[in-house]
Design a binder for this molecule. Sequence first.
Ligand code: ASP
Length: 280
Amino acid sequence: MKLIIHGGFFSESDQSHEVKVAKQKSLKNIAQKAFEYLQSHSAFDTVAYAVSLLEDDPLYNAGIGSQIQSDGVIRMSAAIMNGETQKLSGVINIQNVKNPIFVAKDLITEDDRVLGGNGAKIYANENGFEDFSTEIPQRRKEYQEKLNNGGKGTVGCVAIDKDGKLAVATSTGGKGFEIPGRISDSATVAGNYANSFCAVSCTGVGEDIVSNATATKIVTRVTDGMTLENAFTKTFEELKAIDGFAGAIAIDKDGNIFHQDSYPTMVFASFDGENFEIFN
Ligand code: ASP
């Protein structure tokens, strides 16, 4: 049993030391809670739970604390993928729910598993998700100042459970100041992908992640026999060739954990019950 989580990026130039310490503390706490949960739940249930805790923390740009788009509205995207069944479900540009990842998770049992915009919201309401504003004053202030540097803060979790099953979940409030209708990578197979060999969650500029097909490439390379590390190296070389900005976390079927970013510094933590690794 192992898991790794991410909370987007940290930038020394845009963010204070206090924010860094707060994120380290929060990630440690969430990784520990999620690991405890993993003792008695599947990887699939655990990744959703871990991502919901990250969504609930306003330090990150997902759920509460999401970025505001250019028209002043928050639209969030989230997806989950079960490595065993290879089913992905997700919501794209959903408004006014507290935990987009739980709406995404509920969709796994439907025939239509990725819903967008208003349809996603109607589905959420019909399935017991109450209206909830995820806006925090800090994001409104950034929006009003037209600062597009709130710090990338998509969240994600990859886990392997006691049966060796893999799963991944990813949730985002987007880049901030997007043209309404813009689609993030987080609810696509470029940003969130898993099979029985490997599971990967990404953060960064969605357009770069989609262009590079980052999560899909890493998983496919591992499936075809490459080591996790080599799959990351090759995929990030290709990302560099397009000057892409991304970070990714992963676990393979043998329980190897890996993470890499194209620009410093991805905010991540991993935990296997004994060893705790955290970004610095
Ligand atoms: N990947 C997200 C997006 O482009 C942003 C992020 O990772 O913070 O919507």
